[in-house]
Design a protein around this ligand. Structure first.
Ligand code: NAD
Length: 263
């Protein structure tokens, strides 16, 4: 019997085998979870399908979170196939990469609204629908980044969005807690993924984290997966409204490591 045996969950945000969603999917599947995957559009299916099938999943549903009808269709499909749900992983974020460089102050209203809709509101939209499928409680998890708490170079509007996402986690935890539904976030350290490659000077940020984190290294998708297993399983049954840092401890550091090489 695994920690997740008998639990059914939806993984949103799998793009390829570098995705944080993939690290999480592997960790929960290894403990017996039954998984469904949503993917952004047809172009991604050829990558998502073999990965999902390798974990024994046959339930793959397209969903563009910018389109409410598409989110409705995803949950209607899950309702028809499964009837109930135990957990959801929301590993989705997006902003125009032209605004993930330069100054935050220059953010355009259109990109501000789009970034907030896809990277923040979509988690609330997912929680609204998942709540109805969780009569026996459940666990909802999103992914955030330290750029919500402190200014990180080039993170710009995405940092503002992650701050709003972390605030949503608290409000959602309060709203859904009385039904036994827990809502948490993982603040992951920097990892080279498709989304991260859109951030200006990302390699510099990776190196900086490696030299200056207490553990003197970056983190892997699999390590985020193990912490997600804790938040998605009953091991964290009294934990909600939490932002768990899985970042080699980077968030506790106040100053550059004097032994770190110059970058
Ligand atoms: P990724 O590119 O593998 O995943 C991002 C996913 O978002 C993709 O699957 C993409 O299809 C999906 N997406 C974007 N717009 C969408 C839309 N309109 N509808 C549906 N899906 C959409 O990159 P990742 O780094 O694994 O990102 C997952 C999450 O982790 C994001 O929220 C990201 O901000 C967060 N995060 C990443 C890092 C990092 O360093 N990589 C650190 C902390 C937090």
């Amino acid at each position: 019997m695994g920690l997740m045996t008998g639990k059914r969950g939806l993984i949103m945000g799998l793009a390829n085998d570098k995705s944080i969603a993939w690290g999480i999917a592997k960790a929960v599947a290894a403990e017996g979870a039954e998984l469904a995957f949503s993917y952004q559009g047809d172009a991604l299916l050829k990558r998502v399908q073999p990965l999902a099938e390798s974990l024994g999943s046959t339930l793959m549903v397209p969903c563009d979170v910018a389109d409410e009808a598409s989110v409705d269709a995803l949950f209607e499909r899950l309702q028809a196939e499964w009837g109930s749900l135990d957990f959801v992983v929301h590993a989705i974020g997006f902003s125009d990469k032209n605004e993930l460089r330069g100054r935050y102050v220059d953010t355009s209203p259109a990109n501000f609204a789009m970034t907030m809709n896809i990277s923040v509101y979509s988690f609330t939209a997912v929680c609204q629908r998942a709540e109805k499928m969780m009569p026996n409680g459940g666990s909802l998890l999103t992914l955030t980044y330290y750029g919500a708490e402190k200014v990180m170079p080039h993170y710009n509007v995405m940092g503002v969005a992650k701050a709003a996402l972390e605030a949503s986690v608290m409000y959602l935890a309060e709203d859904l807690g009385r039904d036994g539904i827990r809502v948490n976030a993982i603040s992951a350290g920097t990892i080279k993924t498709l989304a991260a490659s859109g951030i200006g000077d990302f390699r510099y940020i990776l190196k900086w984290n490696e030299y200056n984190s207490p553990l003197r290294r970056t983190v892997t998708q699999d390590e985020v997966g193990k912490s997600a297993l804790y938040l998605l399983s009953d091991l964290s049954s009294a934990v909600t409204g939490e932002v768990l840092h899985v970042d080699s401890g980077y968030h506790v550091i106040g100053m550059k490591n004097p032994e770190a090489p110059d970058l």
